[in-house]
Ligand binder design. Structure first.
Ligand code: A2P
Length: 324
């Protein structure tokens, strides 16, 4: 079997990466449709060595499409995902538009592929959440989760082309310059003093790991790194952490690479994680400030596992399960 695949937002940072990942993973594509705004209509891009012309996104674009991979912002997804589903396509959406909608599954294939069921719209989590739920799932299964504290160090590629242009070329996009700065401000501020990014990490983690009441707090910070997010995760567990058991389980978990030999300076780095599909985990150590505590440092390519790779992996689960 091979499929008609639409990439919505094909000209963007994540859209381009989706095309690359579809090629690398040899996803069975019969025909590819590249969709973007009217500004990009007529532009030529390459897929599997062949030129493909970008089309303006319209509801009719989805006629005959089996799976539509969206990464063109929340507003576009809100409007066009239902249009695509109505025309028979299954949507995998990378925006925040549908993530917290009750009957829309929020999926990381290594963690909760069973959540997909027969949904027409499937949501891809926020980039920093995705990389954290893999090691957290391992901790949850071994020791149980009692509380999670996230502190993120997020790359500018998470802001799309605008973020890259600011760090590389000094074109101003953030409220303060990102060069030589760490901005404790990702997405908009809410009335409770948190940012929307922090709220996304809290709510999405609870949904994916099916722990709606789990106490979680987060501080999300944009740092002057081009690509790959780092997250410090402090966890309070139900039972005492056995670091060796955790190491073994992380090593066996699909999609996770253990980089943890601090005496030889081996720990996850943005520069090493760039262009890789895995989540890198290291600096494993007990937190002696609480009864059952653990610290981890987790780095991953936010455009890949945080976005494009996870989206294509969901499409693979759909294809393998005969759902396309
Ligand atoms: P375009 O290149 O035509 O503006 P990034 O997050 O890297 O900036 O990319 C955003 C992607 O979403 C681009 O492909 C962009 O297309 C697309 N996009 C943005 N707004 C719309 C819209 N209203 N309709 C369709 N595609 C859109």
């Amino acid at each position: 079997m091979s499929y008609v695949v639409a990439v919505v937002g094909a000209t963007g940072m994540v859209g381009r990466k989706m095309l690359q990942v579809l090629e690398e993973k040899k996803f069975p594509v019969k025909e590819i449709k590249l969709l973007a705004s009217a500004r990009s209509a007529g532009k030529k891009m390459t897929f599997r060595g062949k030129e493909v012309v970008v089309e303006e996104l319209k509801a009719e674009s989805f006629v005959g499409v089996d799976v539509a991979l969206f990464s063109a912002g929340g507003e576009t997804s809100k409007k066009f995902a239902p249009e695509a589903a109505e025309r028979g396509a299954i949507v995998v959406d990378n925006s925040s538009a549908w993530r917290m909608t009750e009957d829309v599954p929020l999926v990381v294939p290594e963690v909760n592929p069973e959540a997909i069921k027969n949904s027409k719209i499937i949501a891809n989590p926020n980039c920093s959440t995705t990389q954290c739920v893999l090691p957290l799932k391992v901790v949850q299964d071994l020791f149980g989760l009692k509380r999670v504290v996230y502190s993120t160090y997020q790359a500018v590629s998470g802001s799309g082309r605008d973020g890259i242009e600011e760090l590389k070329e000094g074109k101003r996009f953030y409220p303060y310059q990102i060069k030589n700065n760490c901005l404790p401000h990702i997405d908009v501020f809410l009335d409770n003093g948190y940012t929307k990014e922090e709220e996304k990490m809290i709510n999405e983690t609870r949904k994916i790991l099916e722990v709606p009441e789990l106490p979680i707090t987060a501080t999300c910070v944009r740092v002057p790194v081009l690509n790959c997010h780092g997250v410090s995760i402090n966890v309070e567990t139900e039972s005492e952490v056995d670091i060796q058991k955790l190491r073994d389980a992380l090593q066996d978990f699909p999609g996770v690479v253990l980089y943890d030999d601090p005496k030889n300076n081996v720990y996850p780095l943005a520069s090493e994680s760039d262009e890789k599909n895995e989540v890198f985990v290291g600096r494993l150590r007990k937190d002696p400030s609480i009864k059952n505590g653990l610290n981890m440092w987790v780095v991953s390519d936010n455009l890949r596992k945080g976005a494009a790779t996870n989206t294509v992996q969901i499409a693979e689960v759909l294809a393998k399960g005969g759902k396309l």
